[in-house]
Every structure is written in structure tokens, then in C-alpha cells.
Design a protein around this ligand. Structure first.
Ligand code: WTA
Length: 647
């Protein structure tokens, strides 16, 4: 794809958008030259109980690493997302909920949202949850998930949302890591017409979580579940006993708002910690400008609240802006491949934000399922989670948007809290496949392996050289790991883990992860996590996992497995191992391909050479590079000869 294929900002967009090209340049300049003045002004977009007098207090220096924004300000995030809108928007829809079953939908006004959140907050208080306590939320995509998150924010509890697709083991690890003593779950989830046994999973997880005192259960499908006496209570029973008002807890700007676990290149998932003030300012501002949100717009982000995209762009950003945000329980292909577009027509969606993997999967179904819908309400399209290939971008633009909707390809991470590199639809010409230019206050840098900053058109490791208010503050319970993971590879800078190219126009093109993280259908997965699940199987001696290019998922999971001596490599065992990983982590971690490996390529000091395994999985045998440092070079021939056909 040529770097110069431009989709220029349309004249009407430049006119009506919050930001046009001139304003972008001026604001960006100010934001990086005088961040304190810029953010000091922007911080006023939220309501403060006690205004801040300090704005930025940051050091990226390893010896004294700290990140504080608006540090002496006091606010409440839930009051900002609800109460402050009530005078004007009490009867405006805050959340449109679209069920998995197309006949089920609900509209929740800001007043109703207030009442439900207050009730849930009061239930939590009555059960002893206090400011600073961690609360784990394991819910499907139903309004109660939003109530639960906002109820935590209201009373100052720190939520940790665990994606409903994670296994009991994964849930248990996350509950234990932050010592959460209160769990909110539902009887069952529903996806594509099939039940997800959330409560049963929670019961299994809690066998190893003795500290959990209370489980609050939302009745959703009405499926049969067990209720443990003295521990489990129904939300509807408890909510009936408490009032629908609850005073929001005054919170310091740097008090924690949530923990969200995410995969890294080593060890177990880490608890990314976000705080209150800076996060909300950044989520709100990016939501307004990137999606060019105006009053009355219907906005739909298809993510799950179990991921950061759901936190920032289903919940906090939109609600802080008094928006109408759509929450979808289902999947893109149920009942059929037209579902997304039918939902857009049904609720007159203006702004639609989804992931490349969904676009690619729907692209495969052809244009007919799209073209039988109108989509006339659509004005803007967005993409997130992984690089979008130009073919998918062009299809999204031409077929979904009928050629009239700009696409914002938004690059960011769990750690960044909000969008960092993206076009603004009224200001920045788009190039298919490029996330284009930095958002206000964001200073990207490309550095080489030694940390030397590279200028001009180039390719390197993507770092951010200064802080922005939405940045994570620490790894929960392990500040040293925060420093080691993000600020040690290239001292003085935040290292993203992504590779990136910058073209002659200064546009950024994310090339993918440069660490041992793979991105499967927009979900982050540490190869080490999948490996440790595989070696936990009694028949497995050793395993190495790498990503490989996958037409729909972006990357697939390719596992090399060495069996213990005397174990037969059979098709059955292959299936058993896939099932084993699903049980231990969850279906999103299922290996796509398992290759039996009599040996793994190792250096003489015993280090697995993943570079070689990656090349074999990518089918680039000719580019294996130097294999002379291997302890036993012949293992490579065996792996090449027996590589799995990835079709
Ligand atoms: C990748 C999701 C290219 C990237 C918000 C990043 C992207 C990781 C894009 C973070 C994009 C996300 N273009 N790559 N527009 N958006 N990524 O933490 O590799 O689940 O580091 O956050 O996804 O994934 P996470």
C-alpha cells in the first residue's frame, strides 16, 4: 500500500468537527510545549469537589518514578458520569442495551442509571465494602456491569473487571492477586444463543479464594445455579432493601479507580492500575474529539467491558460526556452476519467503533449481508485493538460506510488508559492502515535497539517520551515490576512494546508487538502464559508458543510441544491439549496449531531461540538466519520438515 494514498478530510467534516486541521496543529503545539497549562485548562471538563492547584507531577526517571496528575484535586468519577448530567439529561437515554437475543433491548435513562448505581452502591456498603477495597466483577455485557463499575466508583472501591470468557483459574488468579473479598457475577451469560456458566465458573474459582466473603449475583438468564448459604446473595433481593440515593465519596485525583489485568511478555498477567482524575479527563477528552461526539449522537463501541476499550469507550468516556452509549451482549454473526448492521439501523447509530478481526470475519461473508441494511445513520467509523490491514480498512470504508464515513484507526493500550495515536476526523487526512498522528499531549518517539532516538522517516521501537493524564500509575502491588517493564528497556521513556514505522509525512504505522505478546483477534496474550498452561499437562515435557499471521484473527497461536518420553503423539492428545489450555486460561487462548517437536532450538546455554520458531511458523524457512549457535542445529530441520500447514 502506497504511503501516499490519502483519504482527505471532507469539507463538511472540517466545518462541523470540534477540531479542524489548523486547530489540531495549534492545540498540539501548545499541549507538548506547555503540558501543565494545556491540561490545567482541559482538567476543567470534569467537575471537581475541590479544584486542583497542581497539574503535572511526573518523573520517568527509574530512581524516582512517579506519575501524578491534578494531585490535590478531589472528585468522584460516578458523580461526573451521572449526577452532573441530571439537571439537563435525567430523561435522556444513557445506555441502550441490545441483547444477544434480537428481540431483547432496553433503554436506561440517566435518572435510571443514577438509581440503579446508587442501589448497587448501597448494597455493597451494607455488605461492608469500603473505600479502597477491591471488588472483582465477572459479568456478561448487561447493564448491571455498568452499574457495578459505577457503584464501585461511587463508594471509592477499586473495581477489577475480569472478562467473562476467562476460566475459573484465570478468575481465581486475578481475585487472589488483588485480594478482592467481594465478587459480582451473574447466573449465566449469553453469547450467540449459548449460555456461559459464569456462576458455576465463579464457584469453581472461589474454591481457592477463601477471602471472598460475599458474592452478589445478578439474575440474567434465570438458569439454575447453586447459591452458597452465608456467601451468595441475589442483587434483586438486596437492592429492594436499600434506597436509590447514595452520596458519592469524595476521592483524591490519584486514588485508584480500577485495576485491569493484562498480559505481558513474562510471568502472570499484571494488574494495570488507573487512578481517578487524570484517567477521567483523558477518557472524556479523547472520546469527544476522536469520535467527534456531539450532543444527541448515538455511539456504539462493540468491545466487552472486560477489556480496557470497554472501560474507557463504552463506559467512562461516553458517560462523562453525557452521551448515549450502546452496549451489545451478543456476537457479530448471531443470528446471522447482518447483526451489527441491523443493530445500527434499529438504534440509529451514528458512531461505530469495532475491531479489525470483526471486520475481516464479516468481510468474508461478502457484501450482501451488509447491503440489505441501510446504515444511513452512520457518520463515523472506528477501529481498535490491532493493526488494520489496508484491505480491511478499504472494505470498511467502502462497504460499511458507503464511502462517506471517515475511519479513526485508534492506537492505544490498557496501560495508556485512552487513545494516543489516531486521526481526528475533521483534522487529519487518513491513510488506510496508519493510525496517523498523536493525540494532544502525546510525544511518540521511535528508538533503535540501543535506545537511540531515530529521526524522520524510519522504523523502530515505539516509546512515549512524556506523560499524559490517562497513563497507568503502577502495577498493582508491584511498583518495581512497573518500572522494570515499561521504563527500563529505554531509560527515561515509556516503552510500549510495539514496533512502528514513521513515513515521510510523519504518520505512524504500528507494525505489531516486538515482545513475546501476541495479539489474537485483538486480545492480548502472553506466549509465556500459554506455555505454562501447556507444560502443566502431565504428558508435556516442554512447550514454546509463537504467533503466526492469521487471515481473520490477525495472529494465531502456534505451539511447539515436546512430549515426555514414551508418550504417543496422537490426534486425540492434540485435542486434549487444546482443551486443557481452554480450561486453564479460556477459549481465547486456544492454540490454533500444535506441532510435535522432538526437540526445541536452544542456545548452548539452554535458551529457546524463538526467532527461529517464529520464522518456521511464519513459513519463512529461508530467513532462519544464523543457526550455528544452536546446541543441536538438526532440530531445526525436523521442525521445518514437519511444520503445520496453516491453510
Ligand atoms: C495493539 C487495546 C495497531 C498494539 C486498546 C497494542 C493496535 C496492543 C491498535 C494493546 C491499532 C491496539 N493499531 N495495533 N489501532 N490498537 N493495538 O492492551 O499492539 O488490549 O500494544 O489495548 O494492541 O492491547 P490492549
Amino acid at each position: 500500500m502506497a504511503d501516499n494514498e490519502l483519504f482527505p478530510v471532507a469539507a463538511d467534516w472540517a466545518k462541523r468537527a470540534w477540531v479542524d486541521a489548523g486547530k489540531y496543529k495549534a492545540m498540539y503545539e501548545q499541549s507538548v510545549q506547555d503540558p501543565s497549562a494545556f491540561w490545567g485548562e482541559q482538567g476543567k471538563r470534569v467537575d471537581w469537589i475541590k479544584p486542583y492547584s497542581q497539574v503535572k507531577d511526573v518523573s520517568f526517571d527509574k530512581a524516582d518514578l512517579h506519575i501524578r496528575w491534578f494531585a490535590d484535586g478531589v472528585l468522584n468519577v460516578s458523580a461526573n458520569c451521572i449526577d452532573r448530567h441530571l439537571p439537563k439529561r435525567a430523561s435522556q437515554t444513557a445506555i441502550i442495551w441490545e441483547g444477544d437475543d434480537p428481540s431483547k433491548a432496553e433503554s436506561i435513562t440517566y435518572q435510571q442509571l443514577h438509581d440503579e448505581v446508587c442501589r448497587m452502591a448501597n448494597v455493597m456498603k451494607a455488605k461492608g465494602v469500603k473505600k479502597g477495597d477491591r471488588v472483582t466483577i465477572y459479568l456478561p455485557m448487561i447493564p448491571a456491569a455498568a452499574y457495578a463499575m459505577l457503584a464501585c466508583a461511587r463508594i471509592g472501591a477499586v473495581h477489577s473487571v475480569v472478562f467473562g470468557g476467562f476460566s475459573p483459574d484465570s478468575l481465581a488468579n486475578r481475585i487472589q492477586d488483588c485480594d478482592s473479598q467481594f465478587l459480582i457475577t451473574a447466573d449465566e451469560g449469553l453469547r450467540g444463543g449459548r449460555g456461559v456458566p459464569l456462576k458455576a465458573n465463579a464457584d469453581a474459582a472461589l474454591k481457592t479464594c477463601p477471602n471472598v466473603k460475599t458474592v452478589l449475583v445478578v439474575k440474567h438468564t434465570g438458569g439454575r445455579i447453586e447459591m452458597a448459604a452465608g456467601r451468595d446473595v441475589w442483587l434483586h433481593d438486596e437492592a429492594a432493601k436499600v434506597p436509590a440515593t447514595c452520596a458519592p465519596e469524595p476521592m483524591n485525583a490519584e486514588d485508584p479507580l480500577f485495576i485491569l489485568y493484562t498480559s505481558g511478555s513474562t510471568g502472570k498477567p499484571k494488574g494495570v492500575l488507573h487512578t481517578s482524575g487524570g484517567y477521567l479527563v483523558f477518557a472524556s477528552m479523547t472520546h469527544q474529539y476522536v469520535f467527534d461526539y456531539h450532543d444527541g449522537d448515538i455511539y456504539w463501541c462493540t468491545a466487552d467491558v472486560g477489556w480496557v476499550t470497554g472501560h474507557s469507550y463504552i463506559l467512562y468516556g461516553p458517560l462523562a460526556n453525557g452521551a448515549t452509549t450502546l452496549m451489545f451482549e451478543g456476537v457479530p454473526n448471531y443470528p446471522d452476519a447482518s447483526r451489527f448492521w441491523q443493530v445500527i439501523d434499529k438504534h440509529k447509530v451514528n458512531i461505530f467503533y469495532t475491531a479489525p478481526t470483526a471486520i475481516r470475519a464479516l468481510m468474508r461473508e461478502g457484501e450482501a449481508p451488509v447491503k440489505k441494511t441501510s446504515r444511513a445513520s452512520l457518520r463515523l467509523l472506528g477501529s481498535v485493538g490491532e493493526p488494520i490491514n489496508p484491505e480491511a480498512w478499504l472494505w470498511y470504508h467502502r462497504v460499511i460506510g458507503d464511502g462517506r464515513c471517515p475511519i479513526v484507526d485508534t492506537w492505544w493500550q490498557t496501560e495508556t488508559g485512552g487513545i494516543l495515536i489516531t486521526p481526528l476526523p475533521g483534522a487529519i487526512d487518513q491513510k488506510p492502515g496508519s493510525a496517523t498522528l498523536p493525540f494532544f499531549g502525546v510525544k511518540p518517539e521511535l528508538v533503535d535497539g540501543e535506545g537511540k532516538v531515530l529521526d524522520g522517516a524510519t522504523e523502530g521501537n515505539l516509546c512515549i517520551s512524556d506523560s499524559w493524564p490517562g497513563q497507568m500509575r503502577t502495577v498493582y502491588g508491584d511498583h518495581q515490576r512497573f518500572i522494570d517493564t515499561y521504563f527500563s528497556t529505554f531509560p527515561g521513556k515509556y516503552f510500549t512494546g510495539d514496533g512502528c514505522r514513521r513515513d515521510a509525512d510523519g504518520y505512524y504505522w504500528i507494525t505489531g508487538r516486538v515482545d513475546d505478546v501476541i495479539n489474537v483477534s485483538g486480545h492480548r496474550m502472553g506466549t509465556a502464559e500459554v506455555e505454562s498452561a501447556l507444560v502443566a499437562h502431565p504428558k508435556v515435557a516442554e512447550a514454546a508458543v509463537v504467533g503466526y499471521p492469521h487471515n481473520i484473527k490477525g495472529q494465531g497461536i502456534y505451539a511447539y510441544v515436546t512430549l515426555k518420553t514414551g508418550i504417543q503423539a496422537t490426534e486425540e492428545l492434540r485435542k486434549e491439549l487444546v482443551q486443557h489450555v481452554r480450561t486453564l486460561i479460556g477459549p481465547i487462548a486456544s492454540p490454533d496449531l500444535i506441532q510435535w517437536a522432538p526437540g526445541l532450538p536452544k542456545t548452548r546455554s539452554g535458551k529457546i531461540m524463538r526467532r527461529i520458531l517464529r520464522k518456521i511458523a511464519e513459513n519463512e524457512h529461508s530467513a532462519l538466519g544464523d543457526t550455528s549457535t544452536l546446541a543441536d542445529p538438526s532440530v531445526v530441520d525436523d521442525l521445518v520438515n514437519n511444520r503445520m500447514n496453516r491453510g
